[in-house]
Design a protein around this ligand. Sequence first.
Ligand SMILES: Cc1cc2nc3c(=O)[nH]c(=O)nc-3n(C[C@H](O)[C@H](O)[C@H](O)COP(=O)(O)OP(=O)(O)OC[C@H]3O[C@@H](n4cnc5c(N)ncnc54)[C@H](O)[C@@H]3O)c2cc1C
Length: 459
Amino acid sequence: MAKTDLVARLVGVLGREKILTDKEDLMCYAYDATADMPRRLPDVMVSPRTTGEVAEVVKLAGEFNVPVYPRGSATNLSGGTIPGSGGIVLSTLEMNKILEVDPENLTATVQPGVIIQDLNDAVAPYGLIYPPDPGSVTTATMGGSVAECSGGLRGLKYGVTKHYVMGLEVVLANGKVIRAGGKTVKNVTAYDLVKLFTGSEGTLGIITEITVKLIPAPEARRSMLAVFDDMDGAARTITGIISNKVIPATLEIMDNTTIRTVVNYARVGLPVDAAAVLLIEVDGIPEVVAKEAEVVARVCRENGGALQVAQDDTERDRVWTARRAALPALAQLSPTTIVEDATVPRSRIPEMLKALQEIAARHRLTIGTYGHAGDGNLHPTIVTDERNPDEMERVHRAVDEIFETAIRLGGTLSGEHGIGIAKKKYLEWELGPDGVEVLQRIKSALDPAGILNPGKIVG
Ligand SMILES: Cc1cc2nc3c(=O)[nH]c(=O)nc-3n(C[C@H](O)[C@H](O)[C@H](O)COP(=O)(O)OP(=O)(O)OC[C@H]3O[C@@H](n4cnc5c(N)ncnc54)[C@H](O)[C@@H]3O)c2cc1C
């Protein structure tokens, strides 16, 4: 059956206005936020509004034996939404309803296209928050962040997306719809399907409804900026704060390359000569916040850090604007920005930071490093130009070495950005061939024809 037949059947399900087939329109769906990836056009882009429509699209994909690529806001950084040749891109952006906020059970139920920040705005009047907050929080969808198991700036104290997903509705590769989990805190009914689909990157099913846990908003918070003239002092402070039994909500680092770039980009007034800054926020009840802030200040001083404490919301916003500007600022430096998220146990951060500097020098590359230092999740960001083959060869060698180092230090390929296309080739380094085979078996059990987001993780 031809593409025109498929499109005609999709029109029958969704209506003409929910389908794009022109090349100019489809170009927008050939890429996501990931650099250095293949660019291939899908055959068609569809925007279903209901679970039933998603199920019909998936059934048609099965019948025509074409792939389906689920897509939220396409901010992922591992090539997760990039189509192979042809197929259907399924955008969830029109499934954007907050279905319920339940202040008694402390849950919210949403469609997958809801933007994370919109959920937080909706629960704020109840004095609640949904903690996972990737840097892309104002753009990324709930569906994309669940499928990616996103982390974010508050991961150290509050955990990541998988710690908040309680229930899911999922359209399987055969078009059947299942529900797993729900609003109960306890649920050990058989295998944990909620966890299986969380972080599955659209390769096992299409998430059409999500129930998440909410928590009370902290009463007080204090943001601090610690300035270091050597990287070792910053690294020792990260481990020192936590070994002094303070778990900040946020403990972020920016190295000198990142600081300079952010200052030029966002005019936020950071010290451009500093080797590194730590951006720290403690939160909770006021007495605890005051006590924890004192401990943070002491540890910073002991390690040679100069501390500035935000005195009001404007100063607090300045600190976090600086941090959120890190990736966009580095991205302005050159045409291609390659962001990695190799993650190491916190105690190995000093070694990882040193290794990153050596890798940059060895391969003559500019690498800006920033990230969620408190949970060992650094984002070494290589600014380069994919039109320069010599430099790209050095970039690829550097990326290999970054992952080798992370694994050698007892870490992982990905703290939060997922595997997608970008890190597929490294999977065996972490899981071994037998581990990868388990992934392949799960994939073929749930998607035997391989129509769901093929080419990602193991498909
Ligand atoms: C500036 C910037 C900062 C970022 N900061 C962070 C950060 O701090 N922490 C972090 O973890 N990530 C971060 N990211 C990465 C990214 O934003 C997150 O992973 C994000 O949550 C993805 O959401 P999305 O809607 O863009 O998903 P998409 O990119 O559209 O999709 C992500 C994956 O999920 C699949 N998918 C999408 N919707 C569904 C669905 N309904 N069902 C099944 N599969 C689906 C896609 O096929 C793809 O594999 C950042 C990205 C940018 C550009």
